[in-house]
Design a protein around this ligand. Structure first.
Ligand code: ADP
Ligand code: MG
Length: 406
């Protein structure tokens, strides 16, 4: 595809998105469903036979570096609003866009993204909102290593920037391993976090409009395997037992999430991850200034998906309280299920017909694939949402699907 493949649509109808992965794809699809055109901006070169997930569906594509101000200017002249699907877009790109052309609405703001993309700033922000984190030390130099308390281990060393899906993280079991672990992360600025005994993990997804109106979806419960999200579940009010199970906990997580968003004067979709500990206490883990993998449950369980909310906020449309009409289990589809066991080298398409046949009547089975032709182990290829009134019913079908795909 050429460096610039943009469109003739009017600026007032066109939204821009920075980043070109699956989150961008689903944003573009939501934008198009509401009558908008969408332009994707991404540094990765596109070829006709290997288009990125978002470029496959977008109306236009700009292939340029996030630091290319001429290209950013071009995006801003073609779109009335720009958002991001990728949290590691340099905050400067958002700041530049916001002043590139009068009347281009940029969400989220550069100031919020700058904080969310740096674990050190992020943890300081959580503290300023009165929300506790896991104990941590900032590691910037040899002296910081020497200062770590001896009883701090086991711990996890995480690069302050650019980490995702457990990448840029190393477990450090004892003091003697810290130096080598830090060397292994190229001595980048890091945070060393105490490894906590997690009872569970939750996330709160919210959307906040320019005027400060904030809505949220019900608390999601997440299971990670090897640092990558594997499943998310959420209960709808009709499943009263499940929906009320952790009512007090959920209320406090939602209150914390809202104060974190308000403290950033956040505009857009924000997802905040929490760790729940065995004694029922909790700490905040991290936040994503964009739709989130765990929020994919909103695509079929809620009256408003996180991508529709992102479109609404970006376009300055009303963001209204969503209704959780179904309980939902999301199964992430990693490239691993394209392979027959550990040994097999050749990927093959999973048997979607058998999977889809499991949804009927009271149980919905919804397949979402991201258009990635090249299946690799650990690569996010898609997800399946299983909906039902009762969470337990959704899980019964989810378990059958997991068996089929194993
Ligand atoms: P990423 O940016 O890769 O999502 P996270 O900090 O969220 O990084 O870590 C990924 C996963 O690793 C978490 O969801 C959790 O399962 C585990 N993890 C991270 N930090 C801790 C910790 N301090 N204690 C226990 N488990 C952790
Ligand atoms: Mg995380």
């Amino acid at each position: 595809m050429s460096r610039e493949s943009t469109l003739g649509a009017s600026r007032e109808q066109t939204l821009g998105v920075l980043g070109s992965g699956q989150l961008g794809r689903m944003f573009v699809q939501a934008a198009q469903a509401m009558g908008f055109k969408a332009i994707v901006f991404d540094p990765e070169a596109q070829t006709e036979d290997a288009l990125s997930p978002a470029a496959q569906v977008s109306d236009g594509f700009l292939n340029a570096m996030f630091t290319d101000t001429v290209a950013l200017q071009s995006l801003a002249t073609q779109c009335f609003a720009v958002t991001t699907e990728f949290e590691n877009v340099p905050a400067q790109a958002l700041a530049y866009l916001a002043q590139a052309v009068p009347n281009v609405h940029v969400s989220p703001k550069a100031s919020a993204v700058r904080i969310a993309q740096d674990r050190v700033l992020e943890k300081a922000h959580f503290a300023s909102c009165g929300v506790a984190t896991a104990p941590y030390c900032v590691i910037e130099g040899e002296a910081d290593i020497a200062r770590v308390p001896v009883d701090f281990y086991p711990a996890i060393l995480k690069t302050a920037r650019m980490g995702y899906d457990g990448k840029g993280q190393v477990t450090v079991n004892k003091a003697a391993e810290l130096q080598a672990a830090w060397d292994g992360l190229s001595r980048a600025v890091c945070v060393l976090e105490k490894r906590l005994p997690l009872a569970s993990e939750c996330s709160v997804l919210l959307a906040r409009s320019k005027d400060g109106a904030t809505i949220h979806w019900p608390v999601q419960r997440n299971v990670h395997v090897n640092g990558i999200l594997a499943t998310t579940e959420v209960a709808c009010p009709a499943d009263a037992v499940e929906a009320l199970r952790d009512k007090n906990l959920h209320e406090s997580l939602i209150a914390a999430a809202k104060s974190i968003a308000t403290g950033l004067d956040y505009v857009g979709v924000l997802c905040i991850e929490f760790f729940i500990l065995a004694d029922g206490s909790w700490v905040v883990n991290e936040m994503a200034p964009r739709p989130h993998n765990s929020g994919h449950v909103t695509m079929n369980g809620s009256s408003m998906s996180q991508f529709e909310a992102q479109v609404r906020v970006a376009a300055g449309l009303p963001v209204v309280e969503p209704r959780q009409h179904s309980s939902c289990v999301m199964l992430n589809l990693l490239g691993d299920v394209w392979f027959d066991g550990e040994q097999s080298a050749e990927p093959r398409e999973p048997d979607w017909a058998r999977v889809l046949a499991l949804g009927s009547g009271a149980v919905g089975v919804h397949l979402h694939l991201y258009g990635k032709s090249d299946a690799r182990r650990g690569r996010k290829m898609g997800h399946i949402n299983i909906t039902a009134q009762k969470l337990g019913t959704a899980w019964q079908t989810a378990a059958l699907i997991q068996q089929l795909l194993r």
